[in-house]
Design a protein around this ligand. Structure first.
Ligand code: GDP
Ligand code: MG
Length: 712
């Protein structure tokens, strides 16, 4: 029900509400502008004031109405406010309605602090919004300001974020209630599906879609007619293209550029055209693609809804969504107004060539769609096929040295200095590229330093590089010393993070049936997957320090593919398409400050060199000292031996002298030995029989004798 209708319905009830108080409240809350407040107060009676307020509310949006209901509640008219909101939104058919019908509930339960901060994290609210909400000291006011802000930005995506914020803030009881109510209506589903289908694919998306529609390639002309493209356009596509894939891609690209106010090139139109051609599966692929792109968690349901929509809805409905204001807009204004498209059209660089101006007026703005020129630097050891790949990627013949890079069929390096060339990816004007063809490191003359200097200088001139391609010869052994050195060098020059923007391309891998047969005849059949895996594990990962092997994209581009061979052709298309996707995904690496890194490395290398010299010197000194030490030890040993000998000699002398003196003493002792004297005396005494004569015992006799002897 309309706001004015709701108010009119409750005119009797409102008579009991003091209109002046409500006017004051609305004015204080900054809901009612000064002029309106003044004008209402100028009227003569409360009834007129109500009328004025009613008119103003009817002109405004739901947030003003909610503010009004809030004032009613604050003044004690809660049941009136509840009834009015119920009549306004019965049943909730939009997200606004859902919020309004739950206003009271949200106002009583919201953890505004946490939810607002979560919504700030997910980008729904700005920091100013959060500041404004939190500035109010009253929790009730905070919730009202918060809800008013949410109401102003609510749409399917922000609603999802709001629900997520509630869950993260521990308020799942609110989110599940809202979700359940929203699920019960089908407004949300059709809103979301319709938004997704009513988008114009970006140029990159066209490229991806064309790759997915392999079943439609052969019928690209029918598809073109179904999409409403005229004969001239189809002929132009035919002229420009060599393969069915490219025809489909160019066709879709043309269709996209021809999008105009009366007939938008929406995803929806493409799905319908495919359905009409009986290629429902292909149409479903588009639906899958859109779901994936929109990062929808609820993909299955969305898929179903979208399918349902494209089955039932006519393309006219899609066109209905275009406002008259949009019809009057210039193409560039329209692009500005389409955020999804705007994102897909990167910044245009100066010098980016424009698409030819002879296109019809509807295509006149197509130059706006021209993508930024991607800078691709090709690296790898000499002879792997860098220049050849560069030529092919620029849409030239593989050996077209005249327009592209010099290639070499001889062993050794044909590319002796870094060269850069502007052109278009496989000749496609929508994909401007700049290829930087670096000479191989460790080439014929092994000029490591020169290679480094040249590459650094060139990259500095370029300022940034979007992607690096490492070319690996698939026929070379998985481990190659030169390659290892080269990768080591790059890691030292740029650091490990450098390899995040690298794509590996295998050269010399033919997809022809004959080549497949040849490889399968090997005792151990050679498979591309194994070659890739071997290269990764034995060379790339160990020498680049790169850790996440799953994120290194690898493909095989056969520069020598046969255009007339369907199989080789398809493989080439697929691999180059993947390569383009990977390259576009790489984030640009700034290389203008590379000198700093380079100089730092030089300085570190110099320091390392100095240190090495010092270590060498010290090692030499250590050697000398060790020798000296050994000599000293020897001398010491000799000295010790000499001293020991001397010592032994002396000991011997002393021992001899001791023995001599001992024997002397012995002799003396012998000489002085008492018992012999005693024996003599005893003998004499016996002979003379002195004892008897003197009547002394022998002992006394001998004692007397010694007393006598020892007298002077
Ligand atoms: N068969 C075949 N030969 C290739 C391929 N890529 C390069 N070559 C040949 O390998 C040789 C060296 O190629 P070139 O591009 O000069 O190597 P660069 O030193 O890395 O630039 C040339 O004779 C090329 O013809 C390929 O994919 N298949
Ligand atoms: Mg070369």
């Amino acid at each position: 029900m309309d706001i004015s209708e709701v108010i009119a319905l409750h005119a009797d009830d409102l008579e009991f509400v003091k209109v002046d108080d409500i006017l004051d409240d609305l004015w204080e809350k900054n809901i009612l502008p000064d002029a309106e407040c003044f004008a209402a107060r100028e009227t003569e009676s409360p009834a007129q004031r109500w009328l004025h307020l009613q008119e103003w509310l009817a002109r405004g949006d739901d947030s003003a109405f909610c503010g009004f209901l809030e004032c009613l509640r604050e003044r004690g008219h809660e049941s009136l406010a509840d009834r009015m909101i119920a009549e306004r939104n019965e049943p909730p058919s939009s997200l606004d309605g859902l919020f309004l019908s739950n206003w009271n509930f949200l106002r009583s339960h919201l953890d505004v602090d946490r939810v607002a901060n979560k919504l700030y994290d997910s980008g729904v609210l700005s920091s100013e919004d959060v500041d404004e909400i939190m500035a109010s000291p009253d929790l009730g006011d905070q919730r009202i300001i918060f809800l008013t802000k949410i109401l102003a930005v609510i749409e399917p995506k922000t609603f999802d974020k709001f629900l997520k914020a509630l869950e993260e803030a521990g308020q799942s009881f609110i989110s599940s209630k809202l979700q359940a109510q929203w699920d019960a209506t089908d407004a949300g589903d059709s809103d979301r599906a319709s938004i997704l289908l009513s988008k114009i694919p970006s140029e990159n998306e066209i490229w991806e879609i064309a790759g997915k529609l392999s079943k439609a390639w052969a019928r690209w002309e029918d598809l073109g007619k179904e999409l409403g493209l005229d004969h001239d356009v189809l002929q132009r596509v035919q002229r420009m293209s060599r393969t069915a894939f490219r025809s489909t891609y160019l066709l879709l690209s043309e269709w996209r550029k021809l999008s105009c106010a009366s007939k938008h090139s929406f995803f929806r139109a493409l799905c319908e055209a495919l359905s009409k051609l009986g290629m429902k599966l292909e149409a479903e692929k588009i639906v899958d693609f859109i779901c994936k792109k929109s990062h929808d968690d609820n993909r299955k349901d969305l898929d179903f809804w979208i399918k349902d929509i494209f089955n039932s809805a006519s393309s006219d409905e899609a066109i209905k969504t275009v406002s008259s204001e949009e019809v009057l807009m210039t193409p560039s204004e329209k692009i500005e107004r389409m955020p999804y498209l705007h994102e897909a059209v990167p910044r245009k660089e100066s010098g980016t060539p424009q698409t030819s101006s002879d296109r019809s007026s509807c295509v006149a703005h197509s130059s706006t769609h021209v993508n930024r020129r991607l800078k691709i630097c090709i690296l790898g050891v000499t002879g792997t096929g860098k220049s050849t790949l560069g030529n092919v990627l620029l849409g030239f013949e593989h050996d077209d040295g005249e327009h592209g890079f010099d290639t070499s069929s001889r062993v050794g390096s044909s590319t002796i200095s870094v060269r850069a060339m502007d052109g278009f990816w496989l000749g496609d004007e929508n994909r401007p590229i700049r290829i930087i063809d670096a000479p191989g490191h460790g080439d014929a003359s092994g000029r490591d330093l020169q290679f480094r200097q040249e590459l650094v200088e060139k990259l500095r001139e370029e300022g940034h590089v979007d992607a690096f391609i490492w070319v690996k010869n698939s026929q070379h052994p998985r481990f190659d010393k030169q390659e290892a050195q080269h990768l080591d060098l790059l890691r030292r020059m740029f650091g490990g993070g450098f390899f995040q923007n690298m794509v590996v391309v295998f050269s010399r891998w033919s997809f022809s049936a004959e080549a497949e047969r040849r490889r399968s005849r090997h005792r151990q059949p050679i498979k591309l997957e194994d070659v890739k895996k071997d290269f990764l594990t034995s060379l790339f990962l160990p020498h680049t320090g790169y850790e996440n092997q799953d994120t290194i994209p690898m493909m095989a581009v056969d520069a020598f593919y046969d255009v007339l061979d369907e199989r080789e052709n398809a493989a080439f298309e697929e691999e180059t398409m993947n390569l383009w996707q990977e390259i576009s995904r790489c984030s640009s690496t700034p290389v203008d400050n590379i000198e700093v890194a380079y100089e730092k490395i030089e300085q570190m290398e110099n320091e390392a060199e100095e240190l090495k010299k010092t270590v060498d010197r010290m090692e030499k000194e250590l050697l000398v000292m060790q020798k000296k030490n050994a000599k000293l030890k020897k001398q010491k040993r000799e000295l010790k031996m000499h001293q020991e000998a001397e010592h032994r000699k002396q000991v011997e002398v002393f021992r001899k002298r001791l023995e001599e003196s001992m024997s002397k003493v012995q002799r003396e002792k012998e000489r002085l030995k008492g018992p012999s004297w005693v024996k003599i005396i005893q003998h004499l005494g016996e002979e003379l029989d002195l004892g008897n004569a003197l009547n002394w015992s022998w002992e006394i006799l001998i004692k007397r004798f010694f007393e006598f002897w020892s007298r002077d």
